[in-house]
Unconditional design. Structure first.
Length: 176
């Protein structure tokens, strides 16, 4: 029964076969918040995939989470066989760390409590770039411009009622 259903789905699925995406302008938008990591993969201005992951360890520093978002986003790009990519971030610290790692000009300097974890992630990033022959660039932009920002946030309307929708009323009946 299940096998027949799977065969029917395979025959009826209009999106089957291999998907190839090609373009000259490939962007990976990344972000992290206390809640989640987010990544948006864009080719020639079209979003081809986006993802978010809940943070397992909300105690780790936000810059460490930003690096995790970059690595997860690069895995998306590799799955799409994209080798030339611009990383877009709103984290100035992470921007300089990745820029220095990619350029090999200077050793990344940090006095953060998770210095070893930061260095490991940057080494992982460098190893991914070398192993897959990636050509990466990185750009900084504001949070308002970051397309991955919305994937890491809870909509404000979920956090509570809007002020103009608040209606409080009380009626007291005193009977003797």
């Amino acid at each position: 029964m299940i096998e027949e259903t799977l065969r029917q789905v395979k025959r009826s699925d209009p999106a089957r076969g291999r998907w190839d995406v090609k373009g000259d302008e490939n962007s990976l938008w990344v972000d992290a918040s206390s809640l989640a990591l987010g990544a948006v993969l864009e080719v020639n201005g079209d979003v081809i995939e986006d993802a978010c992951w809940l943070r397992r360890d909300e105690c780790s520093h936000i810059n460490l989470a930003e690096l995790d978002a970059v690595i997860k986003g690069l895995n998306l790009a590799i799955a799409w066989k994209i080798s030339k990519l611009t990383i877009m971030t709103d984290s100035r610290t992470m921007y300089y760390w990745v820029k220095d790692t990619l350029s090999k000009k200077a050793r990344v300097k940090t006095e953060a409590s998770s210095e070893m974890l930061i260095r490991r992630r940057l080494e992982t990033l460098r190893a991914i770039v070398e192993e897959y022959g990636l050509s990466l660039d990185i750009r900084f932009m504001s949070s308002a411009e970051n397309k991955a920002d919305a994937r890491t946030r809870v909509p404000k309307r979920w956090l509570g009622p809007e002020r103009d929708q608040l209606a409080c009323g009380a009626a007291v009946a005193i009977t003797e």
